[in-house]
Design a protein around this ligand. Sequence first.
Ligand code: NAD
Length: 485
Amino acid sequence: MAAKTSNAFDYAPAPESTAIVDIKPSYGLFVNGEFTDATSGRGFKTISPSTEEVLAEIAEADAADVDLAVKAARRAYTRVWSRMSGAERGKYLFRIARIIQERAREFAVLESIDNGKPIKETRDVDVPTVAAHFFYYAGWADKLEYSGYGTGPDGPQPLGVAGQVIPWNFPLLMLAWKIAPALACGNTVVLKPAETTPLTALLFAEVCQQADLPPGVVNIVTGAGETGRALIGHPDVDKVAFTGSTEVGRSIAKAVAGSDKRVTLELGGKAANIVFDDAPVDQAVEGIVNGIFFNQGHVCCAGSRLLVQESVAEEVLGKLKRRMKTLRVGDPLDKNTDIGAINSAEQLAKIRELSEVGEAEGAERWSPPCDLPSTGFWFPPTIFTGVSQAHRIAREEIFGPVLSVITFRTPKEAVEKANNTPFGLSAGIWTDKGSRILWTASQLRAGVVWSNTFNRFDPASPFGGYKESGYGREGGRHGLEAYLR
Ligand code: NAD
């Protein structure tokens, strides 16, 4: 199973034990504090993307199940949660945060198995950030009056029932981004995880039971697009929160138009990672690798367009290629793995197709020599040079470990090229000069701009996009606004 690129050191296998997780043969829906069967009796399978083994059978919620979940959320909202003091709500959220920390290893292993991402990422990034998010919003629950959204009788009020739909790339982290602020503000939720990665959301449902969260405050309905459609279209949902593709985001915006539902959409991206000629090159190379190969490039804010100043392009690309040869692709549960499995056969087909388009359009493709495992879904770390702005690989989100490299000569040209995209989620700037960071950041039309770093997340910092990357902000004080009247 262990695959590595040609220059990688030979490490002994360092497999994480799976003994800590107990994957059941089948899972029901989590409604009103209990696991229940789907009314239709229908289900679907979730598989391990690294081995293609079936992990469990998952109940598929239809409109009738979604209705039961929304009714449970409404009851819990009216009778319990919206009447509780902020301090009491905060206690539950602190308890959930602590249980996640206590069960961190279990969550990390389960996420790696179901999603395919490396254990070192789930263990060191996803799960700690999830706990941090719950701690952060637990702290806001009794301080909403001080959040800047009004005081006294005009003070912050919850919206009611939130219908939340999330993608597969950060299953537990996206759940935390949705559930923590909603609950802190006094709303109840019905959340639908992505169909390829339901397991950590269902483990989170067990955490809600363990924390004695009042029944109905959190409900989890599993299923695919149809289940999501039923949830966002339910007439008793007050607030729709969606993270996923721009295409589905557009259809949701249309579906709720004309209703009084509040909506936030966190959609795709095609971030520019800009390397100026005075950048600390070795540090920038690490940032480029982190920007595009972290989580197999399944990252909405991935630095998927490298804009490098022409005078240093050769040096940067030489060092980047050398670094890419040391990346270890393979078993997500090996602690040395840098790049795990692609999440699904469908996503792998999309990455392959767009990469073939890149070659057909005349860009030059390069990957380090890399033996990939024979079962499971894999794609080697890849860069394209000679990319022009009109190429599809420069414009469309590939959502895989594929970097498009574009050069520029002046800062003005860098900014023009960076902004020449339908998206506007994130960007990176690498330079030695503070003044250049500030000037460039002020010119970029992107929700998040990192300087001399990339892919940094903090619960106190708002996140969200411009243009086709969606609207609304998650995280920080700004993230409360989406869940308050
Ligand atoms: P997707 O849009 O296909 O699916 C996202 C979720 O929506 C899934 O749970 C899916 O079942 C559900 N869904 C599908 N059709 C639906 C419909 N008609 N109505 C309601 N729900 C529906 O996206 P994906 O492939 O799972 O995720 C990848 C995308 O997510 C990428 O474009 C990525 O950029 C984006 N993303 C954005 C952010 C952000 O914060 N901006 C974060 C992570 C991922």
